[in-house]
Design a binder for this molecule. Structure first.
Ligand code: HXC
Length: 515
């Protein structure tokens, strides 16, 4: 064979490989409203940046006529590329090849690209669209999954791991995305469940649709399994690109910095933004947007446990993570789901050197049997643990309520808040004035002729004495009380000087977070 013929042969093999399971199956994929594995990679990465590896891999199985279906790639496309010029590793399951099912060589490829990502210190992004374990390869497929789960765990906290679910994801297969840092789902395209609707019907007699059981909305709103929901695949991959712009490549890298081109922001309106009545709600996202660089707030878990808002943003170009109570929902109380949501986010930021801004207006933990019986103590402790453990720069701004245990939890000075600021409207107390007056002045109120007036007087007395930031500031629990309009300037300054912060935890194998 001449050199030219050898090159021709190479290109023929590649062309065959690029067709995956063939044009008919590609058309079927499109007909379902889904993109192919290669189209997805194109949407995810910078144009022309993809370098494929292991294109020539094929399965070595001869069960059930599999030898007649030895497609190149073995149903998963792997390689490297870039997002905004920064390197990432990718694997994308090809549903046109044996339903994207996972078997020995498919798993080996996924593991190989994960190991490579780890060595290179770059994020790994998995695009999942698979019928699960390749039935013809039996237990070998299960072993392949476990090999991936192990790597997901070992890589956790070393390089960011991101999962896009763009097809079915069932059985034990859901546990790989679940271990990764962020899960993206697409409405009406993605499904995740441990057992599908048919099994559910047999076992529990419940009738449930694919969507209700494990669709994108279910996991965004009810279970919290997914962090981001997109209306279509293009939006999903755009969203992943955006997420990557906020996070470092690995745990030794610092959070990305982009040049801030905006001017000084006039935030005079913040001085009169909070309602005079402390029981009136407001939208904390407006405060977040005001404090951050224009249009940089990128919310995580937007539809889950909305009483706590978490997400990424930029302060004069510096990437930070934000955790904020949301008075618009349940008056901003902390409950079980919001504690879990907050804890996971804080731990991600801490693992990847992303400074944390806590914005606080919290009346406490949600009372009641439902919360207690479902373990609000254990789950609330997760958020406390996460803040205590975090050694990244940590700044807190108390806007209004900081009551009870929730005051301690929300990155108080006592749990190593580096700079804790308060607005003059802050109320830092064991509990709200009404509840406090009812308890400590019970006898006086019961003895009074006009009980309503007596209670009101005592509430006023308590409010005057304790519902302010000055008692906390007297003891240094608050570093400064500032006018709301100056908050952004202070944040720019303090996050700036915290750039080289050094703090550490005692040496240990690992802590025992109350899971
Ligand atoms: C081998 C599979 C496959 C599988 C699908 N295919 N799933 N081949 N192993 N697990 C093949 C089909 O034979 C078909 O081949 C092609 O992929 C497309 O499948 P369709 O059924 O035509 O597609 P669709 O109608 O869209 O349905 C998709 C599906 C369905 C819902 C995923 O295929 C399905 O239910 N598959 C089985 C799912 C399953 O039970 N997996 C095992 C789960 S247990 P052709 O040649 O026609 O293109 C598991 C354990 C993991 O995963 C444990 C980890 C610890």
């Amino acid at each position: 064979m001449t050199q030219a013929e050898k090159i021709k042969k190479l290109n023929e093999i590649k062309q065959e490989a690029y067709l995956g399971g063939g044009q008919k199956r590609i058309d079927a994929q499109h007909k379902k409203g889904k993109l192919t594995a290669r189209e997805r990679i194109e949407l995810l990465l910078d144009e022309g940046s993809f370098n494929e590896t292991d294109l020539f891999v094929r399965h070595q199985s001869y069960n059930f006529d599999l030898e007649e279906q030895r497609f190149y790639t073995d149903g998963v496309i792997t390689g490297t590329g870039s997002i905004d010029g920064r390197t990432v590793c990718v694997f994308s399951q090809d549903f046109t090849i044996l339903g994207g099912s996972l078997a020995e060589y498919h798993a080996k490829k996924v593991c190989k690209i994960m190991d490579f990502a780890m060595k290179m210190g770059v994020p790994v992004i998995g695009i999942n669209d698979s019928g699960g374990a390749r039935i013809q390869e039996g237990v070998i497929s299960l072993g392949g999954y476990a090999d991936i789960f192990l790597r997901n765990t070992l890589l956790s906290g070393v390089i960011p791991q991101i999962s896009a679910i763009v097809g079915p994801c069932a059985g034990g297969a859901v546990y790989s995305p679940a271990i990764t840092d962020f899960v993206f789902m697409v409405d009406k395209v993605s499904y995740m469940f441990v057992t599908g609707p048919n099994v559910v019907k047999t076992v529990t007699h419940e009738e449930v649709s694919f969507d209700d059981l494990g669709g994108a909305r279910t996991h965004a709103v009810k279970s919290g399994v997914s962090h981001f929901t997109a209306d279509n695949e293009a939006e999903c991959f755009q969203s992943i690109r955006k997420l990557v712009s906020y996070i470092p490549l690995n745990n030794m890298d610092s959070a990305p910095f982009t040049e801030y081109k905006g001017g000084e922001k006039d935030l005079e309106f913040l001085n009169t933004y909070l309602p005079d009545n402390p029981n009136k709600p407001y939208d904390v996202k407006e405060v977040i947007e005001a404090l951050l660089d224009e249009d940089t707030f990128f919310e995580v878990h937007k539809e889950y446990a909305e009483n706590l808002v978490v997400g990424f943003g930029r302060i004069e170009g510096r990437s930070i993570g934000i955790v904020a109570n949301q008075p618009l929902v349940l008056a901003g109380v902390l409950d079980l789901n919001s504690s879990i949501k907050g804890a996971r986010f804080v731990r991600f930021c801490d693992a990847f050197n992303i400074p944390l801004l806590t914005i606080e207006d919290v009346p406490g933990f949600l009372p009641g049997t439902d919360q207690e019986w479902r373990g609000v103590i254990r789950h609330g402790a997760k958020l406390l643990y996460a803040f205590c453990e975090a050694t990244v720069p940590k700044v807190t701004v108390i806007l209004r309520k900081a009551y009870g245990g929730a005051y301690d939890v929300m990155n108080s000075k006592h749990v190593r808040g580096d700079i804790n600021l308060a607005w003059p409207s802050a109320e830092i107390a064991v509990m709200g004035a009404q509840g406090a007056a009812e308890i400590i002045f019970k006898k006086e109120i019961d003895a009074a002729e006009d009980k309503v007036q007596a209670l009101k007087d005592k509430v006023d007395e308590f409010t005057e004495k304790f519902a302010n930031p000055y008692l906390a500031a007297e003891r240094g629990f608050i570093d400064d009380i500032i006018e709301p309009k100056d908050t952004r300037k202070k944040l720019i300054y303090y996050f700036g000087i915290a750039e080289n912060k050094v703090d550490s935890n005692p040496k240990k194998k690992h802590g025992n977070i109350p899971l």
